[in-house]
Each structure stands twice: as structure tokens, then as C-alpha cells.
Design a binder for this molecule. Structure first.
Ligand SMILES: CC(C)(COP(=O)(O)OP(=O)(O)OC[C@H]1O[C@@H](n2cnc3c(N)ncnc32)[C@H](O)[C@@H]1OP(=O)(O)O)[C@@H](O)C(=O)NCCC(=O)NCCS
Length: 287
């Protein structure tokens, strides 16, 4: 008889999980500068094992305190998505609750996964919208006149960038120091705006072929509305033009009026692509 069990995914499962992930077309991934198997061995990564086969997996590791993102959900063809999800999610909910609870969130790009989450009680109040810039921005005012300057980011800036990130983004969107380190390592253009008190803004941009992607932009809350975001973008546009990048994409939240306004004023246009953000609050239960 074949035994079926749900258990934590471990480093020894690497080969079989990698086969499942790369052979199955039914998968949800939201990886943010990682490969899906980099979370192996960390908490909140489970799989279904049937005999010698792994037939489904779910990873929703915590990013920052109390926030866990669904990074990977994959199942093999003979399961329905809903059945595979239900089996894994029951275990996930229970273990997350015993570990202190969390808000579990997912950015959904496929309609089958949206149905699965909605059927499990996940709710959506926000969308991610995509915008694109195609080189149409005019020169900007020199930031030095306003008491700050822009320079290249270095790795030693990252702890200060993390504090700024924590302060300026809502809790769901904080990046951990580890994630910021990965983003920095993979970025082509990373800059900070600095005044005499230290770092007041930053941006990180990745690039491939002639396309670039603005992965992160933030300005210290007390310094917002003074042209720092616009200056960081102006400086970035100049670097992109110099290096032959023809397009720059960015994602932001549908209710982030400040960033939508900044992007509109600097020449970005919405591409029409939008993805809902679903969340589910798993309350803590005493152990
Ligand atoms: C979005 C953000 C980077 C803008 O930086 P900023 O330095 O405050 O922006 P600027 O001062 O350069 O303003 C440029 C434009 O942005 C818009 N804007 C900035 N702050 C605004 C505010 N408080 N209210 C309304 N619009 C605002 C305006 O259109 C402004 O143009 P204007 O000066 O002609 O009015 C900043 O608000 C921030 O860090 N927000 C939190 C993190 C975030 O959301 N990042 C972007 C996610 S993709």
C-alpha cells in the first residue's frame, strides 16, 4: 500500500522537489530574487509525499515579523489544485497558528490559483499594477540645490536602507535585510539619496537585455514630498539612457497614491497588467 503524508520539505528532498517544480506547469511562484528551493529547510515549507513521489508542495516562509508570503505552490497533474492546496493549507494553517500566527499573503497571477485562495477564505483588497517608462522623461532639478546628493549604494548601506524600508512601507511590504541583500546583489543600478543626517532615500533596479525593472524605491517618511523620489528617478533615467536601456518597468500597489502620482509625473504609463493581492490572517493559538 502507498502511504501518503504531509511533512516539512527538507534539503534531502531537493532533487525530487526540483523535478516536481520544473516538470509541472501548474505552479504559483513569487520568488523575489531567489530560486524556489532556496527556502528548503526553512520553516513553513511542506510537501505531500506519496510512496517515493512528491506530488505537491507549498512554501510560505515569513519575510518579516508576522508576514508570510506564498512563495511556491505546485502540484502534480492527477491532483486537482483545490485538493492539493487543501491538504497542504490545513497543515500550514495549523503550524503557523502554533508558531505565533501570521498574515499569509499571495500575489496572484493565474486565475486557477485565485479560485483556490478565494475558496479557502483568502480576501483581496489591493492589486499590484504594472507601469512602464519608455524614455520620455525630461531633465530634473539638481538635487544638490535641495541639500541632498545621490551616490551609488554600497553593501554597508543596507542596514540603514532596511530601517528606511521598514519606516516607509506598510507592514505587508517590508523587505527583510536578507531580501535587501539579495536585491542589491542582483541589481544593476542601486543608489541612495543622502543628506547630512544620512540616507534619506534609495532605489534598486535590475536589468536584462534592453529592459530594466525598478525593484524598490523609498524615501524616508519625514523627507517625502521634497523631490527626493523624483531626483532618484531622474538620476536612474540618465544612467539607463547612457547604458542603452530602452524600457523600465515598475510595480506598485493600486492604492499607493504617492507612488502612482510620482510615476505618472515622471512619464510612466500603466500597462494594463494588474494582479490581486490576497491575504489570510492565521491567528496564534497557545501551544
Ligand atoms: C513614493 C515615494 C518614493 C515618493 O517619493 P517623494 O520623495 O515623496 O516624492 P517627490 O517629493 O519626489 O514627489 C514627486 C511626486 O510624487 C507625488 N507625491 C509625493 N509625495 C506625495 C504626497 N504626500 N501626496 C501626494 N503626492 C505625492 C507627487 O505627484 C509629486 O509631484 P509634485 O512634487 O509635482 O507634487 C515616497 O512617497 C515613498 O517612499 N513612499 C513609500 C514607499 C513606496 O511606496 N515606494 C514606491 C513603491 S513602488
Amino acid at each position: 500500500m502507498i502511504t501518503t503524508q504531509v511533512r516539512p520539505a527538507e534539503p534531502k528532498d531537493h532533487k525530487r522537489l526540483s523535478d516536481l517544480i520544473f516538470l509541472e506547469t501548474r505552479s504559483h511562484r513569487h520568488l523575489d530574487w531567489r530560486s524556489p528551493l532556496e527556502w528548503l529547510g526553512s520553516e513553513f515549507f511542506w510537501m505531500v509525499e506519496e510512496g517515493t513521489r512528491i506530488t505537491a508542495a507549498l512554501a510560505c516562509p515569513t519575510e518579516t515579523d508576522g508576514i508570510a508570503w506564498v512563495r511556491l505552490f505546485v502540484h502534480s497533474g492527477y491532483w486537482s489544485a483545490q485538493d492539493a492546496w487543501n491538504v497542504l493549507w490545513d497543515t500550514a494553517k495549523d503550524e503557523i497558528a502554533h508558531a505565533g500566527g501570521a498574515k499569509v499573503a499571495a500575489i496572484v497571477q493565474q486565475s486557477w490559483f485565485e479560485k483556490v485562495l478565494a475558496a479557502s477564505g483568502f480576501e483581496t483588497r489591493q492589486r499590484i499594477v504594472m507601469l512602464e517608462w519608455q524614455g520620455q522623461y525630461q531633465p530634473w532639478a539638481a538635487p544638490e540645490a535641495d541639500g541632498f546628493h545621490i551616490r551609488k549604494m554600497t553593501e554597508t548601506d543596507l542596514p540603514a536602507v532596511e530601517i528606511l524600508d521598514l519606516e516607509s512601507f506598510g507592514p505587508l511590504w517590508h523587505n527583510s535585510l536578507d531580501t535587501l541583500k539579495r536585491a542589491f546583489a542582483q541589481s544593476l543600478f542601486a543608489t541612495v539619496a543622502e543628506n547630512e543626517d544620512g540616507i534619506v532615500g534609495y532605489q534598486m533596479t535590475t536589468g536584462f537585455a534592453a529592459r530594466a525593472h525598478l525593484a524598490r524605491l523609498a524615501v524616508r517618511t519625514s523627507m517625502q514630498g521634497r523631490g527626493i523620489g523624483r531626483a532618484l528617478l531622474g538620476d536612474l533615467f540618465a544612467m539607463l539612457k547612457k547604458d542603452g536601456f530602452l524600457k523600465l518597468t515598475v510595480n506598485t500597489q493600486s492604492d499607493n497614491e504617492n507612488s502612482l502620482s510620482l510615476y505618472r509625473k515622471t512619464g510612466f504609463i500603466r500597462t494594463g497588467e494588474e494582479y490581486p493581492v490576497y491575504t489570510f490572517d492565521v491567528p496564534a493559538v497557545p501551544n
